[in-house]
Design a protein around this ligand. Sequence first.
Ligand SMILES: [Zn+2]
Length: 280
Amino acid sequence: MNAEPHAARHVFGALLSSLLLIPFCQAAPVPGSEPTSSSALVDARPGNLPIVILAPHGGTAGIPEVPARTRGSKLTDSYTSELAESTAVHIEELLGASPYLVIARFKRRYLDVNRSRDEGVESELVMDVYDAYHGAVANFVTEMRRRFPRGALLLDIHGQKQEPATIFRGTRDGLTVNRMLHRHGSNALTGPRSIMGILKSRGYQVFPPDLGAASQPEHPDFAGGFTVQTYGSHHDGGIDAMQLEVGRDYRLDAVTRRKLARDLAEAVASYCQNYLQCGE
Ligand SMILES: [Zn+2]
């Protein structure tokens, strides 16, 4: 489903050098309007915690005059933008500081930012939108590396319907959280105080299911895509990066989704306090 790891390994530096000069905008789209500029299509908000939450596939805005892509999935990960935003709000309530946030407002049918530029962009018209998204992510990752020497975490929020009641973890089997594993051991990824461990303790079905067994492989379809491979901590300039593929049953119903946002926020806040010394 994604670019191969070796290719992605060199992308981060190239992205940084080519994108750092691109300004990103913090403006959210005006309700009822159809945003057309790249700044309105990418909602990027700086934060004060060593956490950045991304939602690349939940956008609903059209982009006039841009044809739909002909290759790769065009499906929207429904309600993942809302899930990412509510999770960020709850984290701020819990910790008194906000995570960084980057939300794609455009429909995935026009471009896919969880792919390389060659794969995810078919029309010249959306090249600047792709660059605005990755410019924002690259800027935030670089800033977080500088501000938070104890480590930082990128959470890339997606949705899947293959296993509607399961949340899949994607880290390329630990590769993209290399620094976390090196500093804190496998407990930080799979133990009772890990994000997946806390979700499981609250009744969510997670995969890999047998937490505590660090070597259990991730599902090959959800093991982590372009973004976590590009910004993960296996790169010198990266941070720990984890993809979450949230089953449809946890997203479509508003009450269930709001509960997940609260539980995920508590899991992330707990991870932040236990492993990243947030709030000290
Ligand atoms: Zn997705």
